[in-house]
Ligand binder design. Structure first.
Ligand code: ATP
Ligand code: MG
Length: 733
């Protein structure tokens, strides 16, 4: 098949004009990523360069692996070793080779958010500042922004000089920089900034890379920030063959410094740039697009454009307002089961939400129903303690200067090395400007008791021993060796706690993951594996790849598509988020996010909002999102037949506190029942009922249907069923 088949005229134009700068600007689902991947395949097929001379950058690991898949399918050969990746992974690859030029060693560690937090805490403790009082999250975001605009301590000192609480930010910022350098570690921002620094200070190296990449591609260009943009400038200096694709309406990282002017300035910055606009959407039904258009048109800061499609009209976009977050989860689960009966696969479905914390209740409900699912961005797997511990061991074996990892495991399993000892070591090491590991290695242990010194030496002996053996084993075998020699595994095995059994299983899955990695990697090594794990950004860490219904935040869904999408939690203060409501830019960004969410759907879209939600154990009342109002003319609202008090709604599930039972009493009286079905009986949500074969259950929702109302009932131990009120053998309790 010809590569250019299945492209429309404009898409084809974008693919075959291979030379010079090109900007493809177009709405969601119009084939931007398709153009980009086809163009890569076309360039290779035409023999314009070899596969190592192409660089393609995108935003999440999931999007990067999809991109590789698409290119591979077009070309029919393996492209796993091509330079296709995220900004972070590409920079890591460059830095591993070149970072020695700017004073680090190539075995540097990558710090994720949890590591950053430990590091800030360490600094606070050293400065005798109260860890509990310090706004760590705010600091980390200031840290990131300050670094990204190329500023430093003085800038912060100046901004916060009159603020008693934040005055210390500058000082901590400076110390953070020193420590990361000392520990030979880089955080996510550093990966990009250090690459820039490298290119700025070593023009020869910059030249080498800009000479090497004959064609550079960037997907989701609307979300690049200034430093990413500068990086692209460096990399394209030599050949000027840059193709970027993006959509202003999908710019959703303004809060992280993404700079929409990068799109606007493209023509100015890259001379002779060609711009191609695509308008036709191939992804979604007409009805779904109508909803998307009706929302985004409320943004003032945008070029007016409507997406259109030749796809079918499709089915109504369903909207349902429910009574609580639990009810929302049950309703969605129900839809899922229903669709499954109608021959959709779980893999075709995605549940989207605004914030990570919304996933838990969906997870519980899906689990109860035995529905397979995986969470993208939930940090589930890699955030588990045992996995983090093991990774900490591995990180130190690679980079002994990584104090943060060292402190995590030096006394775990317990080796009689207490916090006081670690404190003393830390102070001494810090005074000498070396790491704790190095201190032990140099045997500078005068500040601790003899017995403790012996314990430290034996820890060192164990670690050094492991280090020496690294080349004798495959990565997975070596990791097993670490588990054994560190006595981590025997500690878990000796434990009687059930959770420790689970930990052993999780470590088993981790080893399996490494084996998979070994199969696919070009040149597997522990270092390379750790980098790939560390590079799983918060947005796209996935616990188990692929199978089942996908759960993720809207941010993580960018660029992806699913036959069926459930867009949940459409409430004021949640989506749009609380913070955004008070600023126009913030609100417009939320609206773009909503547009991203809606345009992920190919065939069916279901939207929910809940009138109450439990946050930190308290029930709060939620108003419908303004975005629902904007969609109103284009969605079909499935109305529950009976509206009941929120206290009452809370009571339908056994997992809600029994307190609700007391509240329920005054709200209804038990009607008399004569028939064997519930036909003609006035029902309310929360009503307990008994089914002939399913036993006792609670009514979760009631939807008016012409042939008898549909009841969704959660049966104790039997799951959720959707039953016809006039037919099902039910009685009330
Ligand atoms: P987003 O803005 O969400 O990233 P996009 O513009 O990158 O979307 P793609 O993901 O490339 O869009 O394409 C959307 C869907 O439409 C894909 O399934 C793709 O295969 C299909 N598609 C794109 N162009 C065509 C075409 N000319 N003919 C048929 N299908 C197409
Ligand atoms: Mg895309």
């Amino acid at each position: 098949m010809n590569l250019l088949d299945n492209l429309n005229t404009k898409q084809r134009e974008a693919v075959i004009n291979t030379e010079g700068p090109l900007l493809v600007l177009a709405g969601a689902g119009s084939g931007k990523t398709k153009v980009l991947t086809t163009r890569i395949a076309y360039i290779l097929e035409q023999g314009l360069c070899n596969k190592y001379e192409i660089l393609a950058i995108t935003f999440t690991n999931k999007a990067a692996s999809e991109m590789k898949n698409r290119v591979e399918n077009l070309l029919g050969y393996d492209v796993s070793d091509m330079w296709i990746g995220t900004f972070h992974s590409i920079c890591t690859r460059i830095l591993r080779r070149e970072i020695t030029h700017i004073g680090y060693t190539s075995n540097f560690t990558i710090y994720d958010r949890a590591d950053q937090i430990s590091l800030v805490k360490e600094i606070l403790r050293e400065k005798n500042l109260d860890v509990k009082e310090f706004p760590i999250n705010a600091f980390l975001s200031v840290l990131s922004n300050t670094k990204n605009i190329g500023e430093g301590r003085e800038y912060l000192d100046n901004i916060y000089k009159d603020n008693p609480q934040l005055k210390v930010f500058g000082e901590i910022f400076e110390e953070y920089g020193k420590k990361t350098k000392l520990y030979n570690s880089l955080d996510f921002d550093d990966l990009i900034l250090k690459t820039l620094e490298l290119f700025e200070t070593c023009p020869d190296i910059a030249k080498k890379y800009s000479g090497r990449f004959k064609y550079v591609f960037v997907d989701e260009y609307q979300d690049t920030n200034k430093s990413q943009y500068n990086l692209i400038r460096f990399l394209t200096k030599n050949n000027n063959n840059i193709c970027v694709v993006g959509d202003g309406d999908q710019s959703i990282y303004g809060w992280r410094g993404a700079d929409i002017t990068n799109i606007l300035n493209f023509e100015k910055d890259f001379t002779d740039a060609k711009i191609i606009l695509l308008e036709q959407n191939y992804r979604s039904t007409k009805k779904i697009l109508k909803v998307a258009n009706s929302v985004i048109k409320n943004n003032e800061e945008r070029k007016d454009k409507d997406l259109w499609t030749e796809n079918d009209e499709g089915e109504d976009v369903i909207y349902k307002r429910v009574g609580s977050d639990l009810e929302e989860a049950i309703v969605v689960t129900n839809w899922i089961e229903h669709l499954k009966y109608n021959h959709y696969k779980f893999e075709d479905m995605a549940i989207l939400y605004r914030t990570n914390s919304q996933s838990r209740i969906f997870e519980e409900t899906l689990l109860r129903e035995g529905i397979n699912y995986h969470v993208v961005g939930g940090l589930k797997f890699y955030d588990r303690k045992e996995i983090k511990d093991l990774i900490a061991y591995l990180k130190i074996i690679i980079n002994q200067d990584d104090n943060i990892s060292l402190k995590r495991i030096i006394n775990y399993p317990k080796r009689g090395i207490g916090d006081a000892t670690i404190g003393k070591l830390e102070t001494e090491a810090s005074n000498l400007g070396i790491s704790i590991y190095e201190l032990i290695k140099r045997d500078i242990l005068h500040m601790v008791a003899q017995g403790t010194a012996a314990k430290l030496r034996s820890f060192l002996f164990m670690m050094e021993n492991l280090k020496e053996q690294i080349n004798n084993y495959s990565v997975s075998e070596f990791v097993e060796l670490v588990l054994e020699k560190s006595e981590y595994l025997s500690m878990l095995k000796a434990s009687k706690l059930r959770e420790d059994k689970t930990r052993i299983e999780n470590l088993g899955s981790f080893i399996t993951a490494i084996m998979d990695y070994e199969k696919n990697a070009e040149a597997p090594s522990l270092e390379d594996y750790l980098a790939s794990v560390s590079l799983l950004s918060d947005v796209d860490k996935t616990d188990e790849e692929g199978k089942g219904v996908s759960l993720m935040t809207v941010h993580a869904a960018k660029g992806l598509e699913y036959k069926i999408v459930f867009l949940t939690g459409m409430e004021e203060g949640l989506f749009p988020s609380e913070r955004s409501i008070y600023e126009r830019d913030g609100l417009e960004e939320e609206r773009r996010l909503c547009y991203v969410a809606v345009t992920r759907a190919e065939e069916k879209l279901f939207i929910t909002s809940s009138s109450s939600r439990r946050v930190f154990g308290k029930t709060i009342i939620k108003e419908e999102s303004r975005f629902i109002d904007e969609m109103k003319d284009n969605i079909f609202e499935e109305k529950p037949k009976v509206i009941v008090d929120t206290n009452f709604r809370e009571s339908y599930s056994s997992s809600v506190e029994s307190m609700a039972d007391d509240l329920r009493e005054p709200f209804y009286k038990k009607p008399k029942q004569t028939k064997k079905t519930l036909e003609g009986i006035d029902l309310k949500m929360g009503q307990k009922v008994k089914h002939k074969s399913f036993g006792i259950g609670t009514i979760v929702s009631i939807t008016e249907k012409s042939d008898g109302d549909e009841l969704v009932i959660s049966f104790d131990g039997k799951g959720i069923k959707r039953l016809n009120k006039n037919l099902a053998p039910l009685e009330i309790l």
